[in-house]
Design a protein around this ligand. Structure first.
Ligand code: HEM
Length: 153
């Protein structure tokens, strides 16, 4: 395989880690919250915070770096509607994800200090509200990646 395909392979694996870890941690954290079992929720939140540092953060950096490289190699104009949409959605996901990471760390620390459900219910509502546009945006990015709609207009 040539260097282009190796970078594309890394890009696709990183996309898998980004979307897969995001879906997985969101599912387990939501299930633990809905279980009303505070010990389980506290442990799950600690692991979700760790997963975001170990998997999601590196994947976000690799996604952007390999994506920019692939875009340049394919001579896709950085002013094309495709690129504007991809970067716009990528930044939107970032604006949702950063507060989500903050909320998870906040809940982890609250739980460590004996917080009760009323202390973090509002935070969890915000966590859910931020998660929906983030996941929808990643699905649209997947569509743009495969369709390349507007890349060469
Ligand atoms: C959440 C973010 C992203 C996901 C999930 C994602 C996913 C993917 C996937 C699955 C492919 C393979 C598509 C195919 O083979 O037809 C791909 C290709 C590509 N991605 Fe991304 N990507 C993301 C972000 C980005 C960003 C931010 C850029 C640009 C800055 C980018 C640029 C590209 C390019 C140029 C290709 C085409 C490679 C080719 O067809 O040879 N991606 N991406």
């Amino acid at each position: 395989m040539n260097s282009y395909l190796w970078i594309k392979l890394i890009h696709i694996i990183s996309a898998t880690v980004l979307f897969g870890t995001g879906m997985g941690t969101a599912f387990f954290m939501l299930k633990a919250y809905l279980s009303k079992n505070e010990e389980a929720f506290s442990l799950t939140t600690r692991n979700v915070v760790m997963a975001d540092w170990m998997f999601t953060t590196p994947a976000v950096i690799i996604q952007l770096a390999t994506g920019l490289w692939l875009t340049a190699k394919l001579n896709i104009d950085f002013e094309s509607s495709w690129f504007m949409a991809v970067i716009g959605l990528f930044v939107l996901v970032g604006f949702c994800w950063v507060p989500v990471v903050w909320i998870q760390v906040r809940i982890r620390d609250l739980m460590a200090n004996g917080a009760k459900r009323d202390d973090y219910r509002g935070l969890m509502r915000a966590w859910i509200a931020l998660g929906i546009p983030a996941f929808c945006s990643v699905l649209v990015i997947f569509y743009l990646m495969v369709s390349k709609a507007g890349a060469y207009d």
